[in-house]
Design a protein around this ligand. Structure first.
Ligand SMILES: [Zn+2]
Length: 166
């Protein structure tokens, strides 16, 4: 299968490369990302991969964040430039949330079918931050153990999961 998750996308935003000692975790993440991207059929944009402890503090990440361990990616359905053209009063804002829900549903369906193994999934809708809006995103990680759900829209995510399970 083609690799869609580059080393460059996975490095920390402060420039620190993805740690070589976690190569097995990166392979596990690619085992989730690549089949998902293939089924999705359109580009997915990684906004956060590996994070150093310093950088994680700076962006207000949780101290136990899976990003610190190289086990997580945050995924946007829109390129940053496309997102920037969406205005707050635009119906596109809601549309971007709905497309992110669709991506969550696909990821959970594939997990349910045993095509990928997700450890944690987080659904975040668009959110006002001062005068700008944060793009909705999906957090995916490969932590060990049973599937965990979280995010600003965790109840919606659980509803999607119930539908997927049927
Ligand atoms: Zn994340």
């Amino acid at each position: 299968m083609k690799n869609y998750l580059s080393d460059r996308e996975m490095r920390c935003h402060d420039g620190t490369p993805y740690p070589a000692e976690h190569a097995d975790r990166l392979e596990e993440l690619r085992g989730v990302f690549n089949p998902l991207r293939e089924m999705w059929g359109e580009p997915l944009y990684v906004t956060s991969g590996y994070r150093t402890p310093d950088y994680n503090r700076k962006v207000g990440g949780r101290p136990q964040s899976q990003h610190l361990q190289g086990r997580a990616v945050d995924v946007n359905v829109l390129r940053a430039t496309a997102w920037a053209s969406i205005r707050v009063d635009d119906a596109g804002l809601r549309a971007a949330d709905l497309v992110t829900d669709e991506l969550a549903a696909l990821a959970l369906r594939m997990h349910r079918q045993g095509k990928i193994r997700i450890g944690g999934i987080g659904l975040y809708h668009s959110k006002e931050l001062g005068k700008t809006w944060r793009q909705p995103f999906l957090h995916l990680d490969v932590r060990p153990g049973r599937l965990r759900f979280f995010g600003s829209h965790v109840s919606e995510l659980l509803e999607i999961w119930r539908e997927v399970k049927g």
